[in-house]
Ligand binder design. Structure first.
Ligand code: WTA
Length: 676
């Protein structure tokens, strides 16, 4: 694996980078006013006092707000001429048109210019106590070498490179190298199976893949290169696979494979950055929707970077010199926005966490907090719930006095977990920010902060919209709910720079999923409650997407795999409440007539199929073999009814009048009672 070399700087600002740096330094010298003390970007808004007022202004005067922030926070080679050109009814979203910039210059060169020896990355390797630090200069050099390597192997502006790597410095350098040369990246979570990887490579039409020989997680070796070998067999577009070495074990190399570190050594440490348009594609990231096919959400350059940087700065109260510890994997949007782009755009020291919360023991996170002196810790409720069960002693063993803010993301955080996080981990002195957002939103949209430092935080509530975000609730009739103390579909009434621009190769699906359900609004797919005080609380998905250990998965994706088994006639998958994972996977399976197999054997087979075709986390916790499924007269499976049965909420079965044959529900209930 590429090591920090500590050699003297060979950094020479390219002419393009120099121009950008000059424009940045010029803008930073602007006048200040009262809000400016808190938010220098908003220095132009004289007379606005307090963060709540600034929030209102950021919505009512959105264009001026975003223009000021974009000029201040990003370094442009050519300024934008149009702040936004959006039409939500058509799914048209464009920000900062006319502007030109390079994302890697914003994340690296400008910090190398001012503080080259500041630590950019701390790689908290799986092996405890073996962390490695990389300065901004070293990360820039690594990025440039990868950029040159990709260019030399024919990767061009506009191409899409698939990255299948664990969270490690070379993965970050690969993402930034794509940004540097104008290629898009498509990071695929390294826990996905060969089939899932292949599907994403094919859809993205990548000809280049970057991977490692093996991954290491929780002390176990994971054969990532072998998975890539299997995947690319069904990907005719793939011409080359770069293989980095995470472990010392050699792997079989084919004619298509290139030894990454060896080749990087031959490259120069200066790589001319491509001059990108604001709306050029920065990356694709696949996520699950309510149909079987994952969608490649597209994020573009300027708006995404700006939003990631701004939310990172203000939601977590990040300050210069802080060590930011987001433990998400880079394969998810949280890793993109709050391990890589947001922190690096702000010149932060960001932690790359390669391990698990309980390896080698349940003190891992807090040992890391002490060792790396982490100031902001950002993780998932599922891990908090797991650690809570191991007891306070694993936390109390370690010094956590550096912590200032604790963040939660990915799923609702229940009150017990929130309070433990606040009281035990944060010693009752760190604000807990429950952050709501999605792959689609690019960055955090609802969170308790920014708000005045002493403003109340309600456990388990995301609470306040971020600057420029205008959430609304809409009822089932499509009516806007204007009062408080009400629940509805969570939509956004205004565009913001971080939102996804389209679904790769399928703009129609983008429109149908997000903009057609409530014309004129962006529909999140989530339901929410707005309290008497006007605070938001997310109540869960309204579609057939479930959230297992913070990983989003479409029930239809799992059904597709289960239905491929020759013994299966049909299936229905639902999520049910799980004490650690948040939601578990429950599959109802109807066998074809005349099939005679042991249910236990078939269950094992189906679990294996789901792990192999999607990923382990999607594998059902329960499989119930049923005679038939409850359906409407038009043949739609009534998952709502199945959910109630699994929750043992027979009172809440609701209106069954549209059922084709109500006896089917009684059968399912009886079958279930035999099981439990
Ligand atoms: C859910 C992860 C409750 C929600 C950043 C959303 C949450 C989906 C929260 C997006 C939260 C995320 N409280 N639910 N704080 N944060 N979710 O795309 O259902 O992997 O729609 O992005 O996770 O998942 P995704």
């Amino acid at each position: 694996m590429w090591l920090p070399c500590g050699c003297t700087s060979k950094y020479v600002a390219s002419s393009f980078a120099r121009r950008i740096l000059a424009s940045h330094l010029h803008v930073s010298g602007r006048s200040r006013c009262n809000v400016a003390a808190f938010m220098p970007e908003a220095a132009g808004f004289e007379g606005v006092s307090g963060r709540a007022a600034l929030r209102e202004l950021s919505v009512s005067n959105s264009e001026s707000f975003w223009a000021a922030v974009a000029r201040h926070r990003l370094s442009w080679s050519i300024p934008f001429h149009t702040v936004q050109d959006c039409d939500l009814s058509r799914g048209k979203i464009k920000w900062f048109e006319g502007g030109k910039l390079n994302v890697s210059v914003n994340c690296l060169d400008r910090h190398v210019h001012t503080c080259p020896e500041r630590v950019a990355l701390i790689w908290e390797r799986d092996e405890r106590g073996s962390e490695m630090k990389y300065t901004y200069r070293e990360l820039l050099e690594m990025t440039c070498r990868v950029g040159n390597l990709l260019r030399r192997h024919g990767v061009k502006r506009g191409d899409c490179v698939t990255i299948y790597m664990p969270t490690c410095p070379l993965a970050v350098a690969s993402m930034l190298a794509c940004a540097r040369i104008g290629a898009a990246h498509n990071v695929v979570f390294a826990g996905f199976s060969a089939d899932a990887l292949a599907e994403r490579i094919r859809d993205a039409q990548s000809s280049t893949v970057i991977t490692v020989n093996q991954g290491v997680r929780g002390g176990k070796v994971i054969e990532l290169k072998k998975t890539v070998d299997t995947a690319v067999e069904s990907c005719p577009t793939v011409k080359q696979v770069f293989v980095a070495m995470r472990t010392d074990n050699p792997v079989t190399m084919t004619a298509r494979d290139i030894a990454m570190e060896e080749e990087m050594l031959k490259e120069d440490v200066v790589c001319e950055p491509a001059v990108m348009n604001s709306e050029d594609v920065l990356f694709l990231l696949y996520t699950s929707g309510s149909t079987g096919k994952p969608k490649g959400l597209v994020h573009t350059q300027a708006g995404y970077l700006l939003y990631a940087a701004l939310t990172h700065r203000y939601v977590f109260s990040y300050h210069d010199g802080d060590v930011f510890g987001c433990v998400a994997d880079i394969g998810w949007i949280t890793g993109h926005s709050y391990v890589v782009y947001g922190p690096l755009a702000n010149g932060a020291t960001t932690v790359l966490f390669e391990s698990t919360p309980i390896y080698p023991d349940p003190g891992r996170y807090w040992d890391m907090v002490e060792r790396l002196k982490i100031n902001q810790f950002y993780g998932a409720p599922t891990a908090i719930r797991l650690l809570l069960k191991y007891g306070d002693q694993w936390v109390n063993k370690y010094d956590r006095s550096t912590l200032k803010t604790l963040g939660s993301v990915g799923e609702p955080i229940n009150t017990e977990a929130w309070e433990w996080y606040h009281r035990v981990v944060g010693d009752g002195r760190c604000p807990v920010v429950d952050t709501w957002w999605q792959t689609e939103t690019g960055g955090i949209c609802i969170a308790p902060r920014p708000s005045d430092p002493d403003a109340e935080i309600v456990p388990g509530m995301a609470m306040r919209p971020f600057f420029g975000i205008k959430p609304v609730l809409i009822d089932t009739e499509g009516e806007l709910l204007t009062s408080n103390n009400t629940s509805g579909a969570l939509c956004m009434a205004q565009p913001w720079p971080g939102m996804a621009r389209t679904i790769h190769n399928n703009h129609q699906r983008f429109i149908e999923t997000y903009f057609q359900p409530y014309p004129g609004y962006f529909f999140t797919g989530d339901g929410a409650y707005r309290s008497e005080e006007g605070y938001y609380q997310i109540t869960g998905r309204l579609d057939d997407v479930i959230n297992v250990s913070g990983h989003r998965i479409g029930t239809a994706e799992i059904e597709d795999v289960v239905n491929q088994c020759p013994a299966v006639a049909e299936s229905a998958v639902i999520g049910y409440t799980h004490s650690i994972k948040g939601q578990g996977v429950y599959a109802f399976v109807v066998l074809k007539k005349g099939i005679d197999v042991k249910e236990a054997d078939l269950s094992r087979q189906l679990n294996g199929m789901v792990s192999e075709k999607i990923a382990k986390y999607a594998s059902p916790d329960f499989i119930q073999f049923a005679q038939r499924l409850p359906k409407t007269r038009s043949g739609k499976i009534m998952r709502r009814v199945l959910r109630k049965v699994v929750e043992s909420d027979l009172e809440g079965l609701g209106d069954l009048s549209t059922l084709d044959d109500p006896a089917a529900v009684q059968e399912i209930i009886q079958e279930q009672s035999v099981l439990s």
